[in-house]
Design a binder for this molecule. Sequence first.
Ligand code: FEO
Length: 416
Amino acid sequence: MKTSEVVPGVYRLSANIEDILFEGFWPIPNGVSLNSYIVKGEKCAIIDGVCNWDGVPETLFAKLDEINVKLEDIDYVIINHMEPDHSGWLDAFKALKGEFTIYCSVKAKKLLDAFYGIVDNVVTVGSGDTLDLGAGRVLAFEDIPNVHWPETMATFDTLSRTIFPCDAFGSFGSVSDDAPYDDTLGEEFIEFFQRETERYYSNIVAAFSYPTLKAIEKVEALDVKVIAPGHGIVWRRDPYRIIRDYKRLAAYSKGPAKPEVAVIWGSMYGMTEMAVRPLVNAIEAEGVPVRVHRVPESNLSHVLDSVWQCSGVALGMPTYEYKMFPPMHSVIDEIGKKKAYNRKAFRFGSYGWSGGAQRELDKILTENKMNWDFVEPVEFNGRPTEEDLSLVRKRGRELARKVKLWALESSSTEDE
Ligand code: FEO
């Protein structure tokens, strides 16, 4: 855990978490940071927390000592978001400090009781409410529901114009203790965090893209100078860079995304696999980049990252017990739940005694209102013939052209 000064009177306490699956199932090969903030006026507030700290209360004491804050100096605890990666420290904090006052949204109050048995000294706040810390420092609260849970709010320090939006504007990726800010990192590292932002967004935030755009509108109206999220780096030099990235990623929900194609495929005995390379070659021959994932070998986290960023998706799977190859079913269902709408798409694959994949695919598409625009599928009985492969190539080119046309139409609409 490390402390640093964000702006005068505002401090970041952060821990890098590695060797876990985030939310119990997302791989984080580059780790993730959990950020907490201390804001000092005449009174002192702590905003969000670091999951269970590191299990050692002395670490918290030591870190507070570094910034000349004693535990007894903390007057208010502000909980922007109840997911336990940010609130899981409350049990440890209660054991150390005893009584304290929590500021949170109305909806968060119920979860404080459900998760931690906390019912007393809870002040509920929402958009328009403020908390005066003295010395000219007033915190303003803004509801940003569903970024990422319904109870989420952001806290805004009106003195330094720093916003603490918790999950919003966050990313995966451990943060160097020496350079946790965009103005202390080289461009290479900023780009690393942008890539980690893309996968974080598709895994954690994607399903809430509409509320995210609403939250961004609120943030843009505040003349924010610093964005201090609950995960990732703090944006001091160019907070609008991460706002632009989040706007771009949220817009991918309805599309178009990038003029690229994600080819997601699974194969049992290599028959469907025989069509993958001809398809990829045909798409690339149209000048459209391809991201290829085999399932279940490729983790869902990376598949979602690609699908979210691609306007086109090709799905290759064999029939399995009169239905779709189960790992593909699971992946496509999750893509639907993440609300990747309006993709240009193509399905191909092998069957033995009967088809059945299309029926199941249609069910997922309908249930999730995905509105994907498919070119005609190619199904082959057993091993694909040269004629089948030729048809796969043809459909691949059609898909690539649709993706390019969508990009073209979109850019001409933007130009108008
Ligand atoms: Fe980082 Fe939704 O918690």
